[in-house]
Ligand binder design. Structure first.
Ligand code: FMN
Length: 228
């Protein structure tokens, strides 16, 4: 599971947490991936963003007989999901707020695995009518249990300020609107990514290839190509 001796750029998995048809999550994640791809570390080629869409993973409700922390996976979809997460060095979670928490699909995807998450760093981006903060607060707790270190800076996207519904029928509950985040939203996402990289550099990473430096992670301080 966390045995990849991978070389190449530091891989940040951007996990799209909503799966429903017509979801706004696709627009939010697309914007987030664009912003992250403009980060100096990504532009310099020392980090890369991989969008991981839970709708494409199509995981059923957890159907493994053995809890994930034992790493005894019986289902092919679990092994596939394990490989996807294990190949990431850190994460950005993009989650909507559903009934004051995260979507069931996202919680389910976390529950499937254990070691693949361990000792990695994540940043959280929430969105919702009220900005998704209750969802990201819950997600922070959940990720703590699978040993993910969540950075303090997080991004909150309130739907009624960051989406333009001017061309939509006000009576249509499925109107997606057009995402129009302001510059400060981009700044906080970029700052969050910098924190993810900085914290990652401070954590030991025995599964990383030794050619990436003594701790297997890119250096943080003094490594402008990563955290500038
Ligand atoms: C089942 C469900 C529950 C929701 N609950 C909340 C909520 O508790 N708080 C909130 O601010 N928005 C809530 N919303 C609004 C969603 O955050 C908003 O519709 C968002 O676009 C959902 O993300 P998605 O379009 O990617 O699925 C809820 C939406 C759904 C579908």
């Amino acid at each position: 599971m966390r045995t990849t001796q991978r070389t190449g750029p530091f891989r940040i998995g951007l996990i799209v947490g909503s799966t429903r048809p017509g979801r706004r999550g696709a627009a939010v994640a697309g914007w987030a991936a664009q912003v992250c791809s403009r980060h100096p570390a990504v532009r310099a080629g020392s980090a890369e963003i991989e969008v991981i869409d839970l709708a494409e993973q199509a995981l059923p409700l957890l159907d493994e007989p053995v809890p994930a922390m034992f790493g005894d996976y019986r289902q092919p979809h679990t092994r596939r999901w394990s490989a996807v997460v294990a190949a990431c060095d850190a994460f950005v979670f993009v989650t909507p707020e559903y009934n004051h928490s995260v979507p069931a699909a996202l919680k389910n995807a976390v529950d499937y695995l254990y070691a693949e998450w361990n000792d990695k760093v994540a940043g959280l981006l929430g969105y919702g009518v009220q900005g998704g903060v209750r969802a990201t607060d819950h997600l922070r707790l959940v990720l703590t249990e699978v040993r993910v270190a969540v950075v303090p800076t997080q991004v909150s996207v309130p739907i009624f300020t960051d989406f333009d519904f001017s061309g939509s029928d006000p009576g249509d509950p499925t109107a997606p609107g057009v995402l129009t985040p302001g510059e400060e939203r981009e700044a906080s996402l970029s700052a969050m990514l910098t924190e993810v990289l900085t914290w990652s550099a401070a954590l030991p990473a025995p599964w990383r290839s030794a050619d990436r430096g003594p701790a297997g992670r890119p250096a943080a301080e003094g490594s402008p190509e990563l955290v500038a």
